[in-house]
Design a binder for this molecule. Structure first.
Ligand SMILES: Cc1cc2nc3c(=O)[nH]c(=O)nc-3n(C[C@H](O)[C@H](O)[C@H](O)COP(=O)(O)O)c2cc1C
Length: 197
């Protein structure tokens, strides 16, 4: 076990000016400051066809799965799409299973253009639980995202948070991913257990 946990962020927005990606960069920066090795898995850069269980070695699926398997902690970030998480992130998630998430600490981030992100975080939490990831109680939701950032060339990703308390909430997620990266939750004692066991 390394002294520097490997923290992977997965961005579920394909948008060039994504607030989800910016928020994940802040999470990773805080994790790096707390001693982690960090990496962003930007789904724009991966060839991930709609997951087909009948096809072996689809696109960059194996490489994406390897990154999750090798991470000590993963932070999943998504835009709120129709009250849930994005299709891009769901497709990525369909590539992964117990082998990827067992013994993995998971943080959640949801970014809403409007006023509500609760259902999105709940849906993510349930689906990660289904593959036995250990989801941190602390999570980040941002509503009315376009009002929460201002351009700042010196800031992470060229954007500063308008609200210090929101920035602190985001950075706390990065620190907690490091703090709990090596937790041994023993989510289940049997790999044959059903997902809801
Ligand atoms: C297909 C689609 C569905 C959306 N659904 C919602 C929604 O249900 N609630 C909401 O608050 N915003 C919704 N939005 C707005 C996005 O949450 C918002 O643009 C957010 O900033 C996108 O994240 P990003 O900046 O990381 O791309 C939707 C946007 C798209 C494109």
């Amino acid at each position: 076990m390394s002294d520097s946990p490997a923290i992977l962020a997965v961005c579920g927005s394909l948008r060039e000016e994504s607030y989800t990606r910016t928020t994940l960069e802040y999470v990773l920066e805080a994790a790096a400051a707390a001693g982690a090795e960090t990496e962003l898995l930007d789904l724009r850069e991966y060839d991930l066809p709609v997951y087909d269980p009948d096809v072996d070695d689809q696109g960059d699926g194996e490489e994406a799965m390897r990154l999750v398997r090798e991470a000590d902690a993963v932070v999943l970030g998504t835009p709120v799409y129709h009250g849930s998480y994005s299709g891009a992130l769901k497709n990525f998630h369909d590539y992964c299973g117990w082998d990827e998430y067992e013994d993995t600490t998971v943080g959640l981030v949801a970014i809403a253009g409007g006023g509500s992100y609760g259902s999105t975080l709940d849906h993510l939490r349930i689906t990660v639980r289904g593959v036995h990831g250990w989801v941190l109680p602390h999570q980040v939701g941002i509503r009315s995202a376009s009002d929460k950032f201002e351009a700042d060339p010196d800031a992470v990703d060229g954007r500063a948070f308008v609200d210090d308390s929101l920035e602190e909430r985001v950075e706390k997620l990065g620190r907690m991913l490091v703090e709990y990266a090596y937790i041994d939750p023993e989510v289940t004692t049997s790999r044959t257990a059903a997902a809801d066991d």
